[in-house]
Design a protein around this ligand. Structure first.
Ligand SMILES: NC(=O)c1ccc[n+]([C@@H]2O[C@H](COP(=O)([O-])OP(=O)(O)OC[C@H]3O[C@@H](n4cnc5c(N)ncnc54)[C@H](OP(=O)(O)O)[C@@H]3O)[C@@H](O)[C@H]2O)c1
Length: 300
């Protein structure tokens, strides 16, 4: 009998995300085993429990997924799981906490492709402001944009100290320079976007972080990208289906939540499938998600 494809799904939270369960089932996993309230220290034991119970042939059909809400903790858990392998007892690993790695990957890769398409030469040297930048999607989008050469500021509605702390903590963990910027009130938001080339809106669902009036301050804006699919739109005038569509009242182009979501969906599916399809076990963190999203867009 052929062994079933098993995905062990670890989360530090109280429940595994139904979104990720559906995605994994659609990627072909036949057994989905969620483990909740998983601490960092528990990852080694759980991983070794999974790897020693199957032969290397069975392990090729076994993988581990790490979820949760914390983008930094998930990266630490991914490293712990990797360190727990005992060759030849190894399995593929993937982290995507709250969808943040694949969402940020789709967003930043789409922005990069748009900048290239408009002749602005990609993200190198661009000034990127991430509104809602302290959440998991915003932090990782900031890291990816910085990795691609942008000058990145994470914004918080709670002011400069909170923004700086998120920027320093996230930047240090992932080896990039991130700045903090205040989004504490309307004036602060307008000042923060006044010299932005790119705005990434990654605030909580259903929150508009940039109004039409705010946008008039963004005089050098090239691309405005929004991942909030719940009305109202995160950036006024950027529709959910927008894909390089002019943003009213500006010279910028817009990328909307469902257009980015489509790239995110395909990226996540591709990564989940690659754990079963690759000849050797793979480790998929946000850098791999970013590369997968870039590759998808190059093929589009
Ligand atoms: N399109 C897709 O495929 C896709 C996939 C996954 C997620 N998403 C969307 O991506 C966005 C970010 O997700 P996430 O999980 O990172 O979000 P989150 O953690 O819920 O929120 C991100 C940040 O938004 C700020 N915020 C919270 N409430 C706010 C309010 N009322 N007004 C202004 N700012 C507020 C907070 O930062 P401060 O308090 O520091 O300002 C928070 O850290 C969400 O809109 C989510 O729905 C889209």
């Amino acid at each position: 009998m052929e062994r079933p494809y098993i995905l062990h799904m670890f989360t530090p939270g109280r429940q595994m995300s139904p979104f990720d369960v559906n995605m994994a089932a659609d990627a072909g996993y036949q057994v989905l085993a969620p483990y909740t309230d998983v601490t960092l220290d528990a990852v080694r034991g759980l991983t070794q429990d999974a790897i020693f119970s199957r032969s290397p042939k069975g392990l090729a059909r076994t993988a581990i997924f790490i979820g949760g809400r914390d983008a930094v903790l998930a990266a630490d858990m991914l490293e712990r799981a990797q360190q727990a392998m005992v060759p030849p007892f190894t399995v593929s690993l993937m982290a995507d906490p709250s969808g943040s790695y694949t969402t940020a990957a789709a967003m930043v890769a789409a922005v990069e492709a748009e900048l290239v398409a408009m002749g602005a030469g990609g993200l190198t040297g661009q000034r990127v402001v991430v509104l809602g930048g302290t959440g998991p999607v915003g932090r990782i989008a900031g890291v990816m944009a910085a990795m691609a050469g942008a000058n990145v500021a994470l914004s918080s509605r709670n002011g400069i100290d909170v923004a700086e702390e998120a920027a320093q903590q996230t930047g240090q963990r992932f080896g990039v320079t991130l700045h903090g910027i205040s989004g504490g009130d309307r004036d602060a938001v307008r000042r923060s976007i006044a010299d932005a080339d790119v705005i990434l809106a990654t605030a909580a669902a259903g929150v508009q972080v940039v109004s039409a009036e705010d946008l008039t301050a963004a005089t050098r804006l090239k691309v405005a990208a929004d991942v909030n699919a719940v009305p109202p739109e995160g950036i006024a005038g950027v529709g959910v289906m927008d894909k390089g569509t002019p943003v009213p009242g500006t010279q910028a182009r817009g990328l909307g939540a469902l257009a980015i979501g489509n790239v995110k969906y395909q990226t996540q599916q591709r990564l989940l499938r690659s754990m079963n399809e690759s000849a050797e076990p793979v480790v998929l963190g946000f850098a791999e998600a970013f590369e997968a999203a870039r590759a998808l867009l190059r093929q589009a």
